[in-house]
Design a protein around this ligand. Sequence first.
Ligand code: PEP
Length: 251
Amino acid sequence: MRKRIIAGNWKMYKKAEEARSFMKELVDTVPASENVETVICPPSLYLYELAEMTKSSTVGIGAQTMHEAKEGAFTGEISPKMLTDIGVGYVILGHSERRQYFNETDEAVNRKVHAAFEYGLTPIVCVGETLEEREAGKTVDIVATQVKKAFEGIADSLAPTAVIAYEPIWAIGTGKTATAENANEVCGAIRNTISELYGKDVADALRIQYGGSVKPANIDELLSMEHIDGALVGGASLEAASFLKLIEAGS
Ligand code: PEP
């Protein structure tokens, strides 16, 4: 059975003290669970402190993005080597906001997936279609292509340890959620794509999250679906109370 993974993406929100007190509450409250893995992806400024706070807890810490090089003259960037060094375990790659505002291409995502694995990080690879693409009936083609490109050259032994987040762009931060059935259908298509690339065992092992206006009111239905193994959550991860409800739902 696949262990669920609920990850909060704080984006560019929270002051230091807010980040600290949220994490204290989480560390004190989240029980060790065999069913769900909990991850918080704070702004990079807080990664070190939050990774220290969660060292002996079951809460994992993830970066929201990273550079692909281990080090170098890349002003403003953070590297996979630095993330591993401070105890970060996950990294979100190819989030639609990175693709849209920072020109992150499928090729760059692929290089970053390689770099993440090289440094022992679990990549959370985001894929998803725009509203226009959905309306043109291209959803499955778009996400399958994004998955194939992201995983190009990734070894069979590493692929099942990655996480894929299916995030329809039109559902992110809009309050609109794909219906659970529809999200499941696309997550199933993603699993088929992984199966074509790596075979059924890898496809059965790899975890697929849904993301896009997930909240306590809709998480149960989403998690009841065959191919949805968790959630990548923006807005509802900013308040400890609502995020804790999501973890509870996954437990
Ligand atoms: C996200 O940022 O990945 C996301 C899904 O945001 P929200 O939950 O706010 O739609």
